[in-house]
Design a protein around this ligand. Structure first.
Ligand code: HPA
Length: 254
């Protein structure tokens, strides 16, 4: 196993289980990353932790500097990323409180800096990286790492859905009922705002990337009940506490 980074999402911006050795802040060719990257160990394994939205959830999904985050994780030697994403459920089996390890992505975002390979000589990644490249993104999430994680959840007796298509929207607003209908017709099971361009950038830098998606609400129009931000936040907090406590064992298992 190489070096793992955990990217925390909404409700996961502190990581009490991490024994912290250092906090890293470094300029990148792409500007500032979301905040200090904590370096330490979890369950006896070296690990880095980066809260995607920064301290106090400063950056909404469309303002996160995904390139700076992923570039710096690569620079620090990261070979695999476990990303946490909160999502809305579309498919009936993906109800609130479900943990999903998605398998595919459809990207509906716009206007985000989404590639290292935009032909910009000044931001060249250096030797081994051409300025223009078209990476194979057939499998956005790392297959072996996904399978291992699914096995870990099963063996720990924790219900997990080990498949699913994640539709990534631009946000920060939630979707209309018609948008969700369309996303559903496209084949998405889940909807969130943060897996892209993060997963694509990790692929460009050859880092294995997996998502632990936590369903915190029914997507717009799926349930008769109106969406309540208070309920969503309570569901986020409840689930994140539980899942964080599993991470020492998960990292030991991987
Ligand atoms: N839509 C988009 N992103 C989300 C949702 C949603 O319903 N819930 C949590 N993140």
């Amino acid at each position: 196993m190489g070096l793992t980074a955990i990217i925390g999402g909404s409700g996961f911006d502190t990581f009490e289980e991490l024994t912290v050795k250092d906090a890293i802040f470094q300029d990148t060719p792409y500007g500032s990353h979301s905040g200090p990257i904590l370096q330490g160990s979890v369950g006896g394994n070296d690990c880095l932790f980066l809260p995607r939205h920064g301290a106090g959830h400063r950056f909404p999904p469309h303002k996160v500097n995904y390139r700076a985050n992923i570039w710096l994780l690569k620079e620090l030697g990261v070979t695999q990323i476990i990303a946490f994403n909160v999502v809305g459920g579309i498919t009936p089996t993906m109800s609130p409180d479900t943990i999903v390890i998605p398998e595919q992505i459809i990207d509906y975002t716009s206007d985000r800096e989404h590639t290292f390979f935009d032909g910009n000589q000044e931001q060249s990644l250096g030797e081994g990286y051409p300025n223009v490249q078209h990476v194979d993104f057939t499998t956005p999430f790392a297959k072996e790492l996904r399978e291992k994680m699914i096995r870990f959840f099963y063996q720990s007796g924790i219900d997990v859905v080990g498949h699913g298509v994640y539709g990534c929207t631009q946000g920060p607003r939630l979707e209309t009922a018609a948008e969700i209908e369309r996303i559903k017709r496209d084949g998405c099971d889940l909807v969130g705002m943060t897996a892209m361009p993060e997963a694509g950038l990790a692929k460009e830098l050859d880092i294995d990337y997996v998502s632990i998606a936590i369903v915190v609400n029914w997507a717009a129009g799926i349930s008769e009940k109106p969406l309540s931000m208070l309920e969503i936040m309570n569901t986020v907090i409840k689930n994140m506490g539980n899942i964080k406590s599993l991470l020492p064992n998960l990292l030991r298992f991987l």
